[in-house]
Write a protein that binds this ligand. Structure first.
Ligand code: DOR
Ligand code: ZN
Length: 349
């Protein structure tokens, strides 16, 4: 027992995968319990590319979490080679789309409809720059010959830098950064205020060796894949710095257990039930609990031009052990990151 508590403004999650149907119903309440808002990824099958599809999806999310959760899903548009700049701009104006998600085709789960050549979407970037609509990038090159551990650093050089140069006022979030290269790059552009990065909880905790410790751990496999220790340390330093360019995005990405524990397991780590506690633990370990609110509740809304939450949450330094899995109506459990292991912080409901 302990009397250490921490009260912060209610955090937001600037990167979540909710899926659809039974999975959506099972996972979304876990995010809504912790976070006031979440940027919802559009990589459904088929992807969310129209105002109508996003608005319908938003309704299904609201039905899954219930109005009493006081939760707001912020929808995104999945960018394709044939994306319609008018539809995207109209969706932003109507408040249906909060941002556009750019997956390079083939980079990750459900990215087959993604962009094959960035030049194809330059007219869309032009319009987004004009209207101040943020572009969220999955920052990995897709050349299959490129070593999986080098894909993020090369993306910065080959794709991100040209975009930033060609669109000098486009707002860009480099999602789920995993390398010191990305941290350094985002910092190098900090003065512009138009480039930011989200950092997941799991990338603050695991490095690539953990994926193979004593055997292969499919539940620690995600994209971008965790990198070596020096990168994890750089991410922890960036997240706990309080700097405006770094904010919380869990990339919580549920897959049924059988799809992860398979001869060809899917990428994605489900962190929603333990997310804010995992971050709190990291900030505590880094003696930076005073920076958690900036990272979790202030920097994100400031970047997106939204007000910070007026609500608060309280975390207590209380040891507890989360369940190993959650159930879904389809009868297919989903493994929780850190499930079955002791956690030092707990969200007070
Ligand atoms: O690990 C990942 N899982 N990375 C992504 O970019 C997509 C996500 C998913 O949708 O499962
Ligand atoms: Zn993601």
């Amino acid at each position: 027992m302990t009397d250490t508590t921490l009260t912060i403004r209610r955090p937001d999650d600037w990167h979540v995968h909710f899926r659809d149907g039974d999975m959506l119903n099972a996972v979304a309440p876990h995010t809504a319990r912790q976070f006031g808002r979440a940027i919802v990824m559009p990589n459904l099958v088929p992807p969310v590319t129209t105002i109508q599809a996003a608005s319908d999806y938003r309704d299904r999310i609201m039905a899954a979490v219930g109005a009493e959760a006081g939760f707001t899903p912020l929808m995104t548009c999945y960018l394709t080679d044939t994306a319609d700049a008018d539809e995207i701009a109209q969706g932003f104006k109507q408040g249906v789309f909060s941002a556009v998600k750019f997956y390079p085709a083939g980079a990750t789960t459900n990215s087959d409809s993604g962009v094959t050549n960035v030049k194809n979407v330059y007219p869309v970037f032009e319009r987004m720059q004009e209207i101040g609509m943020p572009l969220l990038v999955h920052g990995e090159v897709t050349d299959p010959e490129t070593d999986i551990f080098d894909r993020e650093a090369l993306y910065i050089e080959q794709v991100l830098t040209p975009i930033l140069n060609d669109f000098p006022s486009l707002k860009v979030v480099m999602e789920h950064v995993t390398t010191k290269d990305a941290v350094d790059f985002v910092r190098s552009q900090a003065d512009s205020g138009r480039l930011a990065a989200t950092i997941t909880a799991h990338h603050l905790v695991i490095n690539r060796t953990d994926i193979f410790k004593g055997g292969i751990h499919p539940h620690l496999y995600c994209l971008p894949i965790a990198k070596r220790e020096l990168h994890r340390l750089a991410l922890r330093e960036a997240a706990t710095s309080g700097e405006a360019a770094f904010f919380l995005g869990t990339d919580t990405a549920p897959h049924a257990r059988h799809a992860k524990e398979s001869a060809c397991g899917c990428a994605g780590i489900f962190t929603a039930p333990t997310a804010i506690e995992t971050y709190a633990n990291v900030f505590d370990e880094e003696n930076a609990l005073d920076k958690l609110e900036a990272f979790a509740s202030l920097n994100g809304p400031a970047f997106y031009g939204m007000a910070a939450s007026e609500e608060t949450i309280t975390l207590s330094k209380t040891t507890w052990t989360p369940e190993e899995t959650i159930e879904t109506a389809a009868g297919d459990p989903v493994r929780i990151f850190g499930g079955g292991e002791e956690l030092a912080w707990k969200l007070v409901d």
